[in-house]
Design a protein around this ligand. Structure first.
Ligand code: NAD
Length: 478
């Protein structure tokens, strides 16, 4: 179903994110028929290009990053016809009059700030000053949304000078993933899970986002940020909220976001003994983290594992273990709800601990599986084994599974529809910083040095111990 007619202006249209994610994603929406005929995408950036030059650039980007389904040259040519370019200076006056001429009345106007946050204020001011944005316009902003509570508040205040909260779409692309949305469907659309979703039945919860890549070409930026700011404060925190929140009374943006906010506010401060930071060592020709970021004295973490607790009736006493890191053994993102052991086994000789685990996989093979205990098939008597009831979406749904839809394109379509459910509200972002700030400040005041770990491992030894001490173990990173 096509969305409403729109003009989408991408500030930073020539940048890495626009070329790798935003425009290839929009092309897939065009191919699927969701982008209405006549919709326009306008690149706005510093480079001195015209429409033809920008179309060339985007055509090449789509060929490089668009994936197999975008190989149709005729359709690509048709899509590129919808694309325009205006050279603008965010901090000067050049280009704004041309942009105003290009923008249409009576269509959804959305402005995507895919530029450094230091430009947000200047852009917002000029959009209003030139009468390009109005009360109905929408604004999309990228991470990082601040680097601590103070800067996040300042950014929120800057945007609030020109836009209302219901116009601001703060992107966290983890929330655009199919499985993340399915997590809510599974939790709140079935009678099976919700009665067990509490400290009577759940032993603990694990959230893992493991990457095999290092810091890539963005070492300088990353070293000023680190895994806590780059991953935990936003992505892992959002996943934690969805797993832990109370049921909203309806699936509506503010109802969902109110419940997520309550979770963040109920998070207890983390005990420093319950956090492990790490940096990877060199392996053969592969440089160490410190070599990658060209900072031999760096104390920034590219791995973090921690144990936290939510102080409310539902979760009191249930640990939430979070871990994320670079250059690990595998690329695994999952949330696992590990249920408690049965108090008593009626099966003689069955000494193994059997537990039900609901694992929500974001990658690879997006899907959900439930580990259940059954009888081992065959004549060997009542021997029990644990097997997964696997719901890999690609297997279960066959051709209906829409694997090509990337989180970005899904979220951009939500912006055009005016649906903020999967976007972070300003108060959520601030609450998340309020929880992470003392952790980061604590590292600085203690001059904490990250532990070492091997490339291709599961992180520092101490991260294993974090769970071993509690008689638990991390799930495997595959
Ligand atoms: P980039 O450096 O590749 O591109 C920056 C863009 O901003 C260019 O198009 C440039 O022309 C434009 N620009 C810079 N100064 C300008 C000015 N004064 N006036 C007008 N345009 C100007 O950056 P990127 O990697 O595409 O990232 C863009 C934003 O998205 C950043 O805030 C980044 O943190 C965020 N982000 C990027 C990624 C990613 O994978 N690249 C992922 C998540 C978030």
């Amino acid at each position: 179903i096509p969305v409403d007619q729109f003009d989408l202006v991408i500030f930073g249209g020539t940048g890495d994110l626009a070329r790798r994610k935003i425009l290839p994603g929009l092309f897939r929406r065009f191919l699927s028929g969701q982008m209405p005929e006549g919709a326009r995408v306008i690149g706005a950036a510093r480079s001195d290009l015209d429409d033809a030059g920008f179309r060339d650039m985007i055509g090449q980007a789509i060929e490089e990053f668009g994936g197999e389904e975008t190989a149709d040259k005729d359709r690509l040519a048709a899509f590129l016809e919808c694309i325009h370019y205006v050279a603008v200076d965010a901090t000067g006056e050049g280009g704004w009059a041309q942009l105003k001429d290009l923008i249409r009345e009576n269509v959804v106007r959305a402005f995507y700030f895919s530029v450094a946050p230091s430009l947000f204020g200047a852009l917002a001011e000029r959009l209003h000053g030139h009468g390009i944005a109005d009360r109905n316009s929408r604004l999309v902003v990228e991470k990082p949304f601040g680097r601590d509570l103070e800067t996040a508040k300042a950014l929120n205040a800057t945007l609030a000078e020109h836009f209302q909260e219901d116009q601001i779409y703060r992107i966290d692309h983890y929330l655009g993933k199919e499985t993340v949305q399915n997590l809510m469907a599974v939790r709140f659309g079935n009678i099976l899970f919700e009665p067990l979703w509490n400290n009577h039945y759940v032993d603990h919860i694990q959230i893992t986002v493991a990457e095999t890549v290092g810091v890539g070409g963005r070492g300088g930026y990353y070293d000023k940020s680190g895994a806590m700011r780059d991953m935990v404060q936003n992505h892992l925190m959002q996943l934690l909220c969805l797993i832990a929140m109370e049921a909203p009374n309806q699936f509506e943006a503010d109802a969902v976001r109110d419940e997520k906010l309550k979770v963040i506010r109920a998070l207890q401060p983390v005990d420093f003994h319950h956090i492990v930071r790490g940096q990877y060592d060199a392996r053969g020709d592969e440089p160490s983290y410190r070599e990658d970021v060209e900072n031999p004295r760096s104390h920034t973490e590219c791995f973090v594992a921690l144990k936290c607790q939510i102080a409310n009736m539902r979760w009191s006493g249930v640990p939430f273990y979070l871990r994320t890191g670079k250059k690990l053994k595998g690329r695994t993102s999952e949330i696992a709800v590990v249920f408690k052991d049965l108090g008593h086994s009626i099966f003689e000789g069955d000494e193994k601990r059997h537990r039900n685990i609901l694992a929500i996989r974001l990658q690879p093979n997006e899907g959900i599986d439930l580990q259940v205990t059954i009888k081992e098939p065959g004549p060997g008597g009542m021997r029990l084994i644990d097997v997964p009831l696997d719901m890999t979406f690609a297997d279960a749904l066959g051709d209906d599974v829409d694997e090509a839809t990337d989180a970005y394109e899904r979220l951009i379509m939500d912006v055009i529809r005016g649906n903020q459910t999967l976007f972070m509200r300003g108060d959520e972002v601030e609450a998340a910083w309020a929880w992470t700030d003392p952790i980061i400040e604590g590292w600085q005041t203690r001059n904490d040095v990250p532990k070492h770990y091997d490339i291709g491992s599961t992180g520092p030894e101490d991260a294993m111990m974090l769970l071993h001490r509690d008689g638990r173990r991390w799930r495997e990173i595959k």
